[in-house]
Ligand binder design. Structure first.
Ligand code: ZN
Length: 290
């Protein structure tokens, strides 16, 4: 089961989110038939998204989007305050590894993304819709989100995300954490956290050695923390014929009558879950008569 732990540590001056996301990233891998580097890119953003979604209320929604000049072109993830996430990407068939340096042999997500921007849109229902953006600084996603937090939300944080892919393309391990400093965090706490993070190798290594998210939480909190919530998280698409009727209507009556005339109907495939929706001529006619 995938879940996110949310807790406080260091005398309530640090907030910690820890998640394992192997099953939900596996679902994304199967839906989009992704190759390892594409799996890692989408899986990391899904993992960040599901934790960040939980920073909001149940029905509020966030959209995380990378628009970039690398071969992946774009990554899009939507998450809500109930632990549900879904995502899509511009190119599922990427497989690059670092050929030298410290990361030799690891999946090269940075090359897939290239340069561009990260955008976060918050849909806070009656309180409005807000988008803020920041530049891609590394293309490895975790660093880019850390940078986003410091630039756009003035929050000091540390984000780690990891996806390990099996030779048969299935997901071996996936997870992440977000550590956020809150007012009152002392220099001593910051130094202690830096020491812990410097010693920490990787999320996927930690999980594949048989450790649990709870153990990761204890490690990051130096055993000073308390877990406030444990929330199941999953890949879930809420698409519906009604939702796509709305999108079709938004094209305008002129376009709908053109579709009706030329094709006699429309087939829409949801790019988050591949579900097909058929709109026959009667459906389109009733939109025109609305
Ligand atoms: Zn869908």
């Amino acid at each position: 089961m995938d879940y996110t732990l949310i807790g406080n540590a260091y005398n309530n001056t640090v907030r910690i989110y820890v998640s394992n996301t192997k099953n939900l990233v596996q679902k994304a891998q199967e839906l989009h038939v992704t190759y390892p580097t594409s799996s890692a890119a989408l899986g990391r953003l899904l993992t960040a998204g599901v934790m960040m979604g939980l920073m909001y209320k149940n029905n509020e929604k966030i959209t995380l989007r990378f628009k970039c000049d690398g071969p992946i072109k774009m990554l899009l993830v939507e998450a809500n305050g109930s632990g549900e996430v879904r995502g899509t990407l511009g190119n599922p068939k990427l497989y690059f590894k670092y050929s030298n340096g410290k990361k030799k042999g690891k999946l090269n997500v940075s090359k897939a993304l290239g340069n561009g921007f990260f955008h976060l849109t918050k849909d806070l229902l009656s309180n409005g819709i807000y988008t803020s953006s920041s530049k891609i600084v590394s293309g490895e996603i975790a660093e880019d989100i850390t940078y986003y937090f410091s630039q756009s939300e003035q929050t000091n944080s540390s984000v780690a995300l990891g996806v390990l892919v099996n030779p048969d393309l299935s997901i071996a391990e996936s997870g992440g954490f977000i550590i956020q400093l809150m007012p009152g965090a002392t220099n001593y706490t910051v130094e202690l956290l830096e020491t812990i993070l410097n010693k920490f190798t990787s999320i996927t290594e930690f999980y594949s050695s048989g450790n649990s998210p709870e153990e990761l939480f204890d490690l990051l909190s130096n055993n000073t923390g308390n877990i406030i919530k444990k929330i199941p998280v999953k890949y879930n698409c809420h698409c519906s014929k009604m939702g796509f009727t709305k999108s079709l209507k938004s094209l305008g009556k002129k376009t709908i009558s053109e579709i009706l005339l030329e094709d006699g109907g429309a087939e829409i495939i949801c790019h988050f879950c591949n579900k097909k929706y058929m709109f026959n001529s009667l459906d389109l006619e009733s939109m025109l008569n609305d």
